[in-house]
Each structure stands twice: as C-alpha cells, then as structure tokens.
Ligand binder design. Sequence first.
Ligand code: NAD
Length: 287
Amino acid sequence: MARIGFIGLGNMGLPMARNLARQGHEVLGFDISPAARAAAAAAGIPLAASAPEAASGAGFVLTMLPAGEHVRAAWAELDAACAPDAVRLDCSTVDVQTARALAEGRRMLDAPVSGGTMGAENATLTFMVGGAAKDVAAARPILEAMGRTIVHCGGPGTGQAAKLCNNMLLAISMIGTCEAFALAEKLGLSHEALFEVASRSSGQCWSLTTYCPVPGPVPGSPANRGYAPGFAAALMVKDLGLSQQAAAAAGAHTPLGAAALGLYERFVAEGGAGRDFSGIIEMLRRG
Ligand code: NAD
C-alpha cells in the first residue's frame, strides 16, 4: 500500500481520497478551505497542516484543483517537498500547456477524469492519462482505486487533450440533440417517436440514448428531475473555453466548438450556471 499526498478535497477530491483510504492506502490530505478540511476530517481523512507537508515522504502526490492557475500555484510550492522519485498526478481539468510544462523534468502525469461526482463517489471514474508509460504503470493501482477505466493516451498533455476533445464533442452532440427535439416539437413529432427512430438510426449518440434532454425516453436523465446536475453548465463552459484555447494555440479549425461555447456562455448568463448542461434545450426553444 502506498503513502499518498492528496491536495484539493472538494466535490471530486474528497470522495476520491476516501476511495484511496478505503483500499488501504495511507492518505494525507490538504485543502486551503476550512470547510473542505472540516468535511475531510469528518470523512476520516487525516490532514496535513500544508500542501508540502502532505507531499513530503509520499510515493504519490495528487492534485484535484479548480483550474490551471490553482494547479500551477500548488505545484510551485509542492515540487520541492516531493521525493525525486515520487509520481506526481494532476487530476484537475486544465489547459494542455500547463500539463506539459508541469511534466518537464519530473515524474508527472496529467490524469483528468470524466464521470462527475457520482463517478468519484462510486470509484467508477474514467482517467485519461498523459505521461511516460513506466509512470502510468506505477500509478495504475492508485487510479484503479478511484476509477474503472484507465486510458493511457500518450505523452505529457495528451490526457488533457483527450478530455478537451471529448467534452467539445459532447457539447456539440448535446446541442444537436436538443435542436432535433425542439424542431420535432414544432413539427408535431412526439419525443417518443423521435427517440425511437433516432436511437436506432444514424442520429444515435450518447446525448440521446444515455442523457436524453427531454423527460421520458431515458428515465434516469437530468431532464426527468428539472435539469438538476449531473454536469453543471458552468463546468461545460470551462471545458469549452479550454478546448477553444487549445484549438487557437494549435491552429485547429473548430467552428462548431466555438458556436457551442457561445451558446453555453449565453445559457450560463441567463441563469443556467448550476443547471445540467442538457437544460440548454429550454434556451434553444426560446430562440
Ligand atoms: P471544487 O471547487 O469542489 O474543489 C476544488 C478544491 O480545491 C476546493 O476545495 C478548494 O478549496 C481547493 N483548492 C483550491 N486551491 C487550492 C490550493 N492551492 N491548495 C489546496 N487546495 C486548494 O472542484 P471539483 O468539482 O472537485 O473539481 C475539481 C477539478 O475536477 C476541476 O478541475 C474540474 O474541472 C474537474 N472535474 C470536475 C467534475 C465535476 O463534476 N465536479 C467532473 C470532471 C472533472
């Protein structure tokens, strides 16, 4: 069993740290927020007085922080405290350049996740991992304690690249699915009939068959509970911003990604920040 420093015990980090501890790992946590520290203590996670103290002597050091600026600031402080052969993992969603810069000259993996807070609670996350194969192999048992699917995507930054490409595709497919239902409503076609046809034809996609944005066809989808998240629209705006930033830096042409970002920014500005991202159908119906 490993000694693990875990920095960032928020909505995702706390259940992930708890799953590591449940598997018998020795976890020492830290968070700058007193409320997060109190929740972690209540969940039985031992706490360090600082991030470097949590990292000191650990075989694995993980960060699960809001955004790139927090990750860069945390690692500026953490690096000197880590043992040279410790494997460092950033599981936050950040820009590709930050991931690549952090990996330079050290054993570091970018390992962003999908699966949300339910996946974090149930240890069913998908990890998209960028970095050296031997470091991925060393970290695999740690990742398997928190997730079900671990994909080694390539060198440093490719885990973040996979996350950004996947979520851009998800946003575009969700908007397309919502537009199809909104058009069907105007044309007098029932939700059930469109679902039955599209789910068995070339329009089939995850946004339709697993996460259907209208109530009824997929009983567990957020549309059946007033669009309570799920995956909040504010987080989708963050990820689409990162994918557009990556596209601009790489010279990739992503016009539908840009349009999706614009539509989700408007949804958030109109009060949708905390609603599930499939709730954008209500805005699209309004026009
Ligand atoms: P969160 O805001 O709930 O948790 C982040 C925690 O980091 C907070 O408790 C905050 O106090 C702490 N923190 C910030 N700066 C710190 C520092 N320098 N040192 C120590 N602690 C610090 O966020 P979250 O929902 O847990 O998301 C974490 C990351 O996971 C984000 O990058 C997010 O994009 C990504 N993500 C979230 C979800 C989701 O459904 N919530 C899904 C996939 C990916």
